[in-house]
Design a protein around this ligand. Structure first.
Ligand SMILES: Cc1cc2nc3c(=O)[nH]c(=O)nc-3n(C[C@H](O)[C@H](O)[C@H](O)COP(=O)(O)OP(=O)(O)OC[C@H]3O[C@@H](n4cnc5c(N)ncnc54)[C@H](O)[C@@H]3O)c2cc1C
Length: 290
């Protein structure tokens, strides 16, 4: 199928893009890499009258890090994230997840901002954003606010972004002490979307026990979600293989009323996979922290 007719704008600055979005509001959609929006437009599941393409706003692709942490422009592509030495050093789980998204064509076009704004239930970046305790910078013509990852994903394909807000940056706080992060997934072999994916960030104290842990699961329910019971089991303990296994067994515990069932996997299978993948991601994060 082809899309409905739409008007196309290619602004060359953030201000121009924000003005267009303020003018057309609910009838407009931001176009980032187009790897989710264009397919759903072709299926006529979305029919925006106006597309505002951000790909000619260069400052939205910048990646930098300083003493506060990592700042990633929303238009940074998966390819750029997977290759960036700055990202690999500051937040290896982001580079690792970006390198596992889809195929090379999608990785060349798809963006971190598009992935988070779309909130696909099987998206890789939402889980990593949650595990790394990130924040999204949302801007309009009039102001800027930061939305913490814990408040960002509201429901299936629904986020806390308002219709006139553009996500300009993703902020990842600097990891203190002995911290490691990792992302692992069991993927659909055709699309590479996660059937179950888990991102983990673990911090170890000087005595080797876990002082902080954030674990997030994707692919298993309507949105990426933190596995807080898993985190609670890890914190305060030495992360031995048996502790990691016991914690991983609870990875889908909070999701039992919201399990995804489709032609690719039953809810029960996804729930089981989450425990297996959690064990891999947490083990890798602990090894990196050590
Ligand atoms: C064949 C195929 C396989 C895929 N496999 C995977 C996979 O394995 N893992 C995975 O995670 N994803 C996968 N995807 C999805 C892909 O990652 C998309 O790139 C991503 O979901 C959306 O990013 P985008 O930049 O293409 O955004 P777009 O499609 O351009 O936009 C998506 C939505 O976000 C909004 N939006 C985009 N940017 C902003 C912004 N800065 N501010 C506010 N709103 C914004 C748009 O208006 C739209 O509603 C796959 C896609 C395809 C086509």
């Amino acid at each position: 199928m082809v899309t409905n007719n739409f008007e196309y704008f290619a602004p060359e600055s953030f201000d121009e893009a924000a003005q267009l979005l303020a003018k057309y509001r609910d009838t407009a959609k931001i176009l980032a890499g187009g790897q989710s929006l264009l397919p759903i437009m072709k299926l006529r599941l979305a029919a925006p009258e106006v597309l505002i393409d951000l790909s000619h706003v260069p400052e939205l692709s910048e990646i930098s890090s300083n003493g506060d942490g990592l700042t990633i422009g929303s238009m940074a592509t998966y390819y750029e994230l997977s290759q960036s030495a700055v990202v690999q050093k500051a937040a290896p789980a982001i580079a690792e997840a970006a390198g596992q998204v889809a195929d090379v064509q999608v990785r060349n076009r798809g963006t971190i901002g598009g992935s988070l704004s779309h909130s696909d239930p099987a998206g890789d970046m939402p889980a990593v954003f949650l595990a790394l305790n990130g924040a999204a910078v949302a801007r309009t013509r009039r102001g800027t606010r930061e939305i913490a990852s814990d408040r960002f994903f509201v429901d299936l394909l629904t986020t806390a972004l308002r219709p006139t807000e553009i996500m300009t940056q993703i902020k990842i706080p600097v990891a203190t002490g002995k911290t490691g992060s990792a992302y692992s997934k069991f993927e659909n072999k055709a699309s590479h979307y996660a059937i179950a994916g888990v991102a983990a960030q673990v911090t170890l104290g000087s005595d080797g026990t876990v002082t902080a842990a954030r674990v997030a699961v994707t692919g298993v329910s309507s949105k990426s979600t933190r596995a807080k019971r898993t985190e609670r089991i890890l914190i305060g303990k030495e992360p031995t293989a048996s502790v990691i296994r016991r914690a991983s067994d609870r990875a889908a515990a909070e999701l039992q009323d919201d399990l995804t069932e489709d032609i690719h996997a039953s809810g029960e299978y996804r729930s089981y996979l989450a425990t297996v993948i959690a064990e891999r991601a947490i083990t890798a994060a602990v090894e990196r922290a050590r």
